[in-house]
Design a binder for this molecule. Sequence first.
Ligand SMILES: Nc1ncnc2c1ncn2[C@@H]1O[C@H](COP(=O)(O)OP(=O)(O)OP(=O)(O)O)[C@@H](O)[C@H]1O
Ligand SMILES: [Mg+2]
Length: 505
Amino acid sequence: MKNTKPPLWELREISKAFPGVQALDKVSVSIFAGEILALVGENGSGKSTLAKCLAGVHQPESGELIHQGEPVEFAHPFEARERGVATIYQEFSLVPTLSVAENIFLGRYVVKSKLTGIDWEMMRQQTSEILNTLSIQFDPDEVVRDLSVAEQQLIEITKAMSVDSTLLIMDEPTAALGLAETRQLHELILRLADQGQAILYISHRLDEIFQIADRITVLKDGRCIDTQPASSLEMMEVVRMMIGFDIGQHYPKEINVTSETCLEVDHISTETGVNDVSFDIKVGEVFGLGGMVGAGRTEIANALFGLDRLTEGSIKLYGEPIQLSNPADAIHAGIGLVPENRKEDGLFFNFNGSLNITLSRLSSILKWGFLNLTQEHQTGKYYFEKLNITSSGLERSAQFLSGGNQQKVVIARWLFSQAKLLIFDEPTQGVDIGAKIEVYRVINDLTSQGYSVILISSDYLELLAMSDRIAIVRDGKILQISPAKELTEYELLSIASGAEGNGNG
Ligand SMILES: Nc1ncnc2c1ncn2[C@@H]1O[C@H](COP(=O)(O)OP(=O)(O)OP(=O)(O)O)[C@@H](O)[C@H]1O
Ligand SMILES: [Mg+2]
């Protein structure tokens, strides 16, 4: 099928460089009204940078942005918005201390009159309406800080949708969403495209892309490799274009379980909703926690990492009872956590990559009480190579690394800390397929060396493939523990969503 209409947007030979990296190199692509155009590529390939050029956040140093045949230049995101561009950024842009409604209308408060000031009632009402059309249930007055990552993601989406737009850019909108919310969002996107909206959709979840995209554009190292109708492409072809070679096995699972017990969790509960949870983990085992967003998986992880106090129950590591009053206790005992929200909990954004890694065991690289910079650099370099992280990140602040590379730095830190039990909370969220396989290999490496792993993942295919056993969590309780091999996708989803019997959650 050929588009006979002129494109809504045409990007012609867009280039953008940052110090030390050519983020975009003469990228050309057209976007048509009513289409879903997916933008894919490895971590650091330039997807977010391209989106930000269209959104007026970055100014390309050469090339043209053409809107309905007319060349435009944006000095400010505000000007892009006037041209109908609405954006959901990969990094959250919410203000934690403001309410849902205030966040949605931030920067464009509705004013009633000079005398009465801001029309809160109107803003609240409009917020409720948008939330309703999205079938999202929120109190507009709720403070954003109190919401989960998934909920904040939904507010980001709501915020972008509240602006009249003709082009909606979504940069990893489902990274923090569970299956049910993802499905909801996709229905909405398809509806919007039907109504004539153009959608630029960035995601590492290729299965999603093949479900919704009309065309797919592949970026690699800042260059546009190709744009093709999704119907004419195979997933493996796209992967090959992204990374330049065939990946072989998607889930390289190794079984390294031993008979020795690493962790024993005995009837624990917390104030945050963990409800009488018991399980044990063997040395070398990958123990998966499955469940919907908000089921209590992160809360279990937080309890094991000393972030949340136990109100009942006890924990033993290698047969020894341990008391976890704070994360320092957990780290001391040998438990590490790669958190879900790496921006808030995971990284020190002003530190460079290697310092972010060595931070977990600084004492080991101190010399006469001073930081041994050579050793720090070498350690950083070792892990950057091991996990295939862009080497420029070694010396630059972590904030300038692409999303997926930031995730790898957090993982590297825990590898260096030499914890015995590592909890990975959504470790491959926002990570490209090549790096995902690196993470799986890291998990194999760890378990073969006698580490144990707790894997929390909303990517149920990954969870089923990479775990030895899976506990299904709902409402803070473990409903069932089974060998991953004996569990089907369908069972996992229906039990996790509480929809046993009717099949649809
Ligand atoms: N503000 C910035 N300053 C310096 N370098 C940057 C900046 N933003 C991006 N970069 C660099 O530009 C390159 C492209 O980054 P970009 O964020 O566009 O990648 P991406 O494709 O969105 O990756 P991911 O899938 O990890 O989100 C990377 O090398 C990144 O480190
Ligand atoms: Mg990005």
